[in-house]
Design a protein around this ligand. Structure first.
Ligand SMILES: Nc1ncnc2c1ncn2[C@@H]1O[C@H](COP(=O)(O)OP(=O)(O)OP(=O)(O)O)[C@@H](O)[C@H]1O
Ligand SMILES: [Mg+2]
Length: 252
């Protein structure tokens, strides 16, 4: 099941650059939250703060609180545990190119010391079904490598890889922006279906996409969250002039 994420007074820096300023945001469990805003406004930094990827950059720093359910993400668990529970999918599909499809999906389990073959087979199948890739690859699990798949298939493979370790939250940073329209619509259908089991946070430059998959949307600008509301409200009747300017294409 998904859990909600609650962010309070989050600030983030790269060296002297103050990239996120006082972000407060609640992302409810089993919903999709979309984050939009012009390039460089801090969307990727924000999602990377949620699963403690931000701190893997030696010049990066963050303050404030991130809670997932009952857990304080920065205090109550290790970064490794947090990154298992809060999975991430990136803009460019990044499967392990020489590993088989099977090993790509199983990689997280193997890293966690998991060895039981029968259960591993089950998890691989369930994850590939969960990412709507199973039917296309089930006969080639060990024959084909991650790199041999199409871009859209690679992205669904990466989603399967993320699902295999049973996360509660999935962060998706522009997961479809490198994909063709058919693959994009598959990913969108998938996000829509994954909500029943996971909490989704999706960064997107595509406003139609936000409208299709997300109940709520946050608009970021210059490191601040200008407005957060139901997606419908943000796109039809935003409260802030800057949001309106952005969604009507006046800047960004
Ligand atoms: N690794 C980094 N080192 C230094 N500064 C960074 C780094 N990554 C991001 N920044 C800075 O932090 C700010 C926010 O960047 P971020 O990547 O979060 O924006 P974004 O909204 O995801 O943009 P885009 O839509 O282009 O992906 C920018 O000013 C950027 O220059
Ligand atoms: Mg980004």
């Amino acid at each position: 099941m998904g859990v909600g994420i609650e962010v309070k007074n989050l600030n983030a820096w790269y060296g002297q650059t103050h990239s996120l300023v006082d972000i407060n945001l609640n992302m409810p469990a089993n919903h999709a939250t979309a984050l939009i805003g012009p390039s460089g406004c801090g969307k990727s930094t924000f999602v990377r703060c949620l699963n403690r990827m931000h701190e893997t950059n030696p010049i990066a720093r963050a303050t404030g609180s991130v809670r997932m359910g009952d857990i304080d993400v920065y205090k109550d668990a290790s970064p490794v545990e947090i990154r298992r529970r809060i999975g991430m999918v990136f803009q460019r599909p990044n499967p392990f190119p020489t590993m088989s499809i099977y090993d790509n999906v199983a990689s997280g389990l193997k890293l966690n010391g998991f060895r039981n073959r029968r259960i591993m087979d089950e998890v691989v199948e369930r994850s590939l079904r969960g990412s709507a890739l199973w039917d296309e690859v089930k006969d080639d699990l060990r024959k084909k490598s991650g790199a041999s798949l199409s871009g859209g298939q690679q992205q669904r493979l990466c989603i399967a890889r993320a699902l295999a370790v049973e996360p509660e939250v999935l962060l998706m940073d522009e997961p479809a922006s490198a994909l063709d329209p058919v693959s994009t619509s598959k990913i969108e259908d998938l996000i829509f279906n994954l909500k029943s089991q996971y909490t989704i946070v999706i960064v997107t430059h595509n406003m139609q996409q936000a409208a299709r998959v997300a109940e709520n949307t946050g608009f970021f600008l210059n490191g601040r969250m200008v407005e957060f509301d139901s997606t419908h409200k943000i796109f039809t009747n935003p409260s802030d002039k800057r949001t309106e300017d952005y969604i009507t294409g006046r800047f960004g």
